[in-house]
Structures are given as structure tokens and as C-alpha cells.
Ligand binder design. Structure first.
Ligand code: ZN
Length: 164
């Protein structure tokens, strides 16, 4: 049995924070860091108990496509293993069928290696890059505005009202 951590690892917290920064409207219904007591009893060996795991809600409509993230994170050396849509992946064993109770249809489970617990470097660099590239293109395609010409304030000439 793994002892229950009081706080999640910075690396796990960073996953959710960075996802929200990239996709502010994303749904969070299946997000998770530390387990509830019930979850802990049910699954005493879960990585969630050590704060080294994070569940990220699948919400492609709002910019968090866990199918894509599941694939891309296979190249991140901080990842111990991933679970999504009935599949589990680890570098050592590759992709296999996941036979646990929860099929992980609504969220991606990410387990982080203990040595990377404090590593908060970007988890979704390919999304950041795409966003950045999009911004650059947008900036280049919008014509630069000319500085507004200085308008000298004309002194208001008082016109004498003709007396009646
Ligand atoms: Zn999980």
C-alpha cells in the first residue's frame, strides 16, 4: 500500500494548470489529482495516492484532445505510463489493452516518474507552438496601424454673440 500524500506533486498540478492556460474553457469534470478516501480504499496502490498521477478531462471541443495528448506524451520522458480509452501505454512495455474497472473514456490518466515530481516544464509544447505560430501569422497578416497624426488643438475662438 502506498501512503496517501497530502499534496499532489508540482509536476501533476502543472498538467492541469497548463491545460487551463492553453484552453481556458475546457471542462474539468473528470480532472483529478489526489484520490478521495473512498478511491484510496478501492485502489490502495494507485499512483494518485502518491501525488504522482493526474487525470485530465477529455474535452476536444474546448481544446483538450486527450487522444492527441495520449500520443504526444509518449515522447515525454517524465511519463511513467498513460491510460486512455481502454489502452495503457508505457515506454518499457508499449501499448496494451487496459483491463481496469474504469475504461478511461472521459479522461486521460498520466502517471509521472518520481524523479520528475517537481518538473513543471511545459506538458503540451506542441499546442503552445501551434498557438504561438497562429499568433505570429495573425500579427503578420494584420497591417500595421499608422500612428495617428497629431492633431493640433485649435484654440477655440470665442465668437461674439451678436447681442439682440
Ligand atoms: Zn487516474
Amino acid at each position: 500500500m502506498k501512503p496517501l500524500a497530502k499534496v499532489a506533486s508540482p509536476a501533476a498540478i502543472a498538467v492541469l494548470r497548463q491545460a487551463t492556460a492553453i484552453a481556458p474553457l475546457r471542462k474539468k469534470a473528470s480532472d483529478g489529482l489526489l484520490p478521495s478516501t473512498a478511491h484510496f480504499r478501492q485502489n490502495p496502490n494507485s499512483d494518485h495516492n502518491t501525488g504522482l498521477a493526474v487525470d485530465l478531462t477529455h474535452d476536444p471541443e474546448h481544446g483538450i484532445d486527450c487522444k492527441e495528448i495520449y500520443k504526444n506524451l509518449q515522447g515525454d520522458n517524465r511519463v511513467d505510463y498513460l491510460i486512455f480509452r481502454g489502452k495503457i501505454w508505457s515506454k518499457r512495455r508499449g501499448e496494451r489493452k487496459y483491463t481496469g474497472k474504469n475504461p478511461h473514456d472521459k479522461h486521460l490518466h498520466i502517471s509521472i516518474k518520481p524523479e520528475h515530481a517537481s518538473n513543471t516544464r511545459p506538458w503540451f509544447p506542441w499546442i503552445n507552438e501551434a498557438k504561438l505560430a497562429g499568433r505570429v501569422v495573425a500579427e503578420l497578416s494584420t497591417p500595421r496601424r499608422k500612428k495617428p497624426a497629431k492633431v493640433e488643438a485649435k484654440p477655440v475662438r470665442k465668437t461674439k454673440k451678436k447681442g439682440k
